[in-house]
Ligand binder design. Structure first.
Ligand SMILES: Cc1cc2nc3c(=O)[nH]c(=O)nc-3n(C[C@H](O)[C@H](O)[C@H](O)COP(=O)(O)OP(=O)(O)OC[C@H]3O[C@@H](n4cnc5c(N)ncnc54)[C@H](O)[C@@H]3O)c2cc1C
Length: 390
């Protein structure tokens, strides 16, 4: 049995690396933790698209390349290693495109899939609301039918990239009478539509990553309903399995890992002194074991997808494990660097340019976004291990 990558896969990795090295040298971006999705550049995404690296797993009939999910995992691993700015196309590639292929009408596929693949359109996802996060069926935003349109009223929250994207993909209540699970639908809305207000939320690290989005009598064409009316909840349960599965749940702060190891390897100075501490050596060794385990989980999920199965408890298990690793990395890196290690970027005294505390402040979000650890553990217990739900 051969557990390695094929020659073609190694070539793909090399190709992605050399592209990213060139872009890094041209200062298109800096390899800094948590920047992969903060970095939002249509120009960069266009270059990725020209190389056929958007929609690479999609079937050829949709202008994709029909490549494997393992290939896509290799691509993503390199993009994340360098923290390339992939925010413009990431959600379209990972989630919106596959969801449209599964559930969208021919008209929607024709309108959006080619534009996602050539980086001409970007999406954000509007599911969560002030009283609906883990419990998504509690969504209250409503969409009523009026002639050729749906008219939307309500509020979304924590909507990543709403201030930069072209379209928002929402979950809304389309039947006020039906039981909650059978009353929700998925709709696409042009973010330039009248009646939309986007208000920034600044996270603890000082970044404007997500937003509140308000809808007041916003019209979207009926043709922008995705899949079946009132089938939205069931559709979304499949879609989030794609959302949970990738290396982006392991490597959001990967540069910090590389930089802290480099710091400890230095010949002279603080790093050389600290690496003699057995507790630090133990912590760093443990992180490497955990990182490699998480990496194998991610590749396993890609392999499940390549078998034509939707990863369900596997994706939940992977995300629960990997995001907790990312938090431990922030924690251990900050501890190793001691008091000076708490200085934020900008201070000349901050080791590794303040990346550790900055990443620490991003940390709490890792185990919340895309499903909290508690919810994921429930999935592993019930769907993975067959425990009763109550
Ligand atoms: C950085 C970031 C980006 C995000 N981007 C988006 C986005 O683009 N679009 C979007 O729609 N949403 C987004 N979210 C929102 C995210 O999906 C929600 O935060 C998440 O689903 C949790 O929902 P909540 O915040 O309402 O917490 P709650 O659901 O209120 O949970 C609060 C706490 O209770 C626990 N809990 C809840 N129910 C159970 C249960 N049944 N059993 C055990 N414990 C439970 C949770 O684990 C958690 O610890 C983002 C969040 C973050 C942090």
């Amino acid at each position: 049995m051969e557990f390695g990558f094929t020659k073609e896969q190694e070539q793909l990795r090399e190709g992605v690396r050399s592209f990213l090295e060139q872009e890094l040298a041209a200062e298109s971006f800096a390899a800094r933790s948590n920047q992969w999705v903060e970095g939002f550049s249509q120009e960069f995404s266009r270059k990725v698209a020209q190389r056929g690296w958007i929609g690479m797993t999609w079937p050829r009939e949709y202008s994709g390349q029909g490549r494997s999910y393992i290939d896509r995992a290799i691509l993503m691993e390199e993009m994340l290693r360098y923290q390339a700015p992939i925010g413009y196309h990431f959600l379209g590639d990972r989630q919106v495109g596959p969801s449209l292929m599964h559930f969208g009408s021919d008209e929607l596929k024709k309108e959006f899939l080619p534009r996602i693949i050539n980086a001409s359109v970007s999406f954000c996802l509007g599911f969560s609301e002030p009283d609906a996060g883990s419990d998504l069926v509690a969504v209250r935003t409503n969409a009523r039918e009026e002639g050729d349109y749906y008219v939307i009223n309500g509020q979304k929250v924590w909507t990543s990239l709403a201030h930069k994207a072209d379209y928002i993909w929402i979950l809304a209540r389309t039947d006020p009478e039906a039981p909650k699970h059978k009353a929700l639908s998925e709709l696409i809305i042009d973010l330039k539509s009248p009646g939309i207000t986007i208000r920034p939320i600044i996270n603890m690290a000082g970044a404007h990553s997500f937003n509140e989005v308000f809808f007041e009598e916003v019209k979207t064409p009926r043709t922008y309903l995705v899949g079946g009316k009132n089938r939205g909840f069931y559709q979304i349960m499949t879609q989030v399995d794609y959302e949970r599965a990738g290396l982006e749940r392991l490597m959001q702060n990967y540069p910090l890992f590389e930089k802290i190891i480099k710091f400890l390897r230095e010949d002279k100075g603080e790093g050389a002194r600290l690496r003699k501490d057995p507790i630090i050596r133990d912590s760093i060794g443990r992180l490497e074991v955990e990182y490699q385990t998480g990496r194998l989980f991610c590749y396993y999920v890609a392999w499940v997808l390549d078998q034509g199965r939707i990863p369900n408890y596997e994706a939940a298990l992977c995300k629960a494990y990997c995001t907790q690793f990312e938090q431990r990395l922030n924690d251990i890196a900050t501890r190793i660097l001691g008091l000076y290690g708490q200085l934020l970027p900008g201070s000349k005294w901050a080791p590794i340019n303040g990346e550790a505390p900055e990443s620490y402040l991003f940390g709490p979000s890792y185990t919340l976004q895309g499903g909290t650890v508690e919810i994921l553990k429930n999935i592993v217990a019930t769907r993975g291990l067959g425990l009763p739900t109550s």
